[in-house]
Design a protein around this ligand. Sequence first.
Ligand code: GRF
Length: 210
Amino acid sequence: MPEPFATLGRAARLVVLVSGTGTLLQSLIDACSDPAYGAEIVAVGSDRPGIQGLERAVRADIPTFVESLQGHATRAEWDHALTADVAAYEPDLVISAGFMKLVGPEFLARFEGRMINTHPTLLPSFPGTHGPRDALAYGVKITGATVFLVDSGIDSGVILDQRAVPVAEDDTVETLHERIKVAERELLVTITHQLVTRSWRVADRKVLWR
Ligand code: GRF
């Protein structure tokens, strides 16, 4: 990541990828409304149409795009198209905020190192698409949220920060996930602000802040 964008005299350009209700996206939209936050969302993309996340972007006058896997003969073609969709907006940082697809090698070649993802567990525990369900089934007493740099694995990238969330005796997957998302939204907004306003680099799976 280059020098803080404030030193360049401009806001960092964010492209956010969503697949669902977009409450994490909404927290970023709200944060970016303050010029002091240091970032602007220049586009919101999804792998599927008609989701609330895209409606939130439209309401905020943010350009949107949809790149569905079904629209391509191969996953490689989808990966190529998604890479072009995102690159067209010249992002400084790509944020996966509930995006439910693994990006491919072409996308990573272009954006690895400046793409973050958020996951509703304390990684490396319970990666994959059912984190809160798996954590609840395992019987953990503390779970949480993780924001990390995307790499070629499944939720395996360098951890940027985490928040702990207690599991309640009477939790269901839904009540637990909603409690996690409260922490996840604060975590994502905080770490994104740090990434775009401070100098940082990665060494030995650690993020070093200057
Ligand atoms: C978040 O918990 C995210 O970590 C997970 O799906 C949820 C997305 O929530 N992949 P929303 O669509 O932002 O409300």
